[in-house]
Design a protein around this ligand. Sequence first.
Ligand code: ACO
Length: 402
Amino acid sequence: GFDIGKLRAETGLVTLDSGYGNTAAYKSAITYLDGEQGILRYRGYPIEQLAERGTFLETAYLLINGELPTVDQQAAFKDEVTRHTLLHEDVKRFYDGFPRDAHPMAMLSSVVSALSTFYQDSHNPFDEEQRHLSTIRLLAKLPTIAAYAYKKAIGHPVVYPRNDLGYVENFLRMTFSVPAAEYDLDPVVVNALDKLLILHADHEQNCSTSTVRLVGSSQANMFASISAGINALWGPLHGGANQSVLEMLQGIKSSGSDVDSFIRKVKDKEDGVKLMGFGHRVYKNFDPRAQIIKAAAHDVLSALGKSDELLEIALKLEERALSDDYFVSRKLYPNVDFYTGLIYRAMGFPTSMFTVLFALGRLPGWIAQWHEMIKEPGSRIGRPRQIYTGVVEREYVPIESR
Ligand code: ACO
């Protein structure tokens, strides 16, 4: 067969592939994605079926273990995750040190990284028992870490996890309840958030997942690798797009809701303005997640009895873009982030928390991919090559002669 390593050694050739658009860095059995046909499957199960009939914790189990859990496996998994939801009391002091207006994504990645200082036995990625424990700890604690970040931002005391509740219920209660007051969980919100988390749970080698794998390929521990993934997710071209979409919609609204002149600006690439929540490296016909989420946005808003002028603007933007040659010729369609923010907003989350919700959803995917990478026989450290474009060689010049 063809051996690229041998060819490189013999010829000195390397491939330059900007943004890794055509480079597969890994083999993976986790997520199947066909961008031309808009197909997304986790371990072979269509995303539509999982979103409709599955639960987030079950999906997490599937991604990480490869099979859907049996009744007993599901109960044991839920029980384990539930028992690890508390954070060490000292972790709370990190939040005291953060400025009040700190972005919650920065708090999330910092605290996840700090977990590796509390669980020093987890540092050897080849210790199977510790790998399992880190998996459970991350799944259990990320909602608590996220809810604490929200509480910090609004100046409220933290609310401890309550382990008789489900995963999503517990997170919503830690986020929105205040101590010594009743908090009624709305099943519409619980179900919609569970579904959104499923839709975000994995997406093969996206930027944050590749980051988790790249950091993990140096055999750094799971907390360190996933903290890096959270930072990669934060950017507006990746998970941060859900926050940017909402800011874009608000900007259009405050400037008089003129959708056409906004579209013109995008087409003219004025100040680099993009239609946020549109376009995808891999999906070239439609993003199956966006289709489910668009329907959910309508359902959730009407079930909560909320109307949102921003939803009207979003619908108008989509309609204009899908009939405009600029977007059609470039195969730009709404992606997962286009409608999620409107749902999160209706649920009561501030814009700065949107990407945190994405991170909660993507966590099982990051973990599953980290495990697959570590367990792959003969897996090597990730180390891309480069094409050097600088000065070839020159003599050192003493400072007084420069
Ligand atoms: N608005 C306007 N034009 C766009 C957009 C957009 N959202 N996306 C791509 N284009 C244009 C580019 O300017 C380029 O045009 P050109 O050929 O005239 O130069 C062409 O479409 C191809 O775009 P690329 O940037 O090469 O596409 P790439 O695959 O590198 O980027 C990305 C994909 C980052 C998602 C891009 O479409 C984008 O920036 N979208 C907006 C941000 C966003 O929604 N990100 C979320 C992605 S999904 C996720 O992470 C969950």
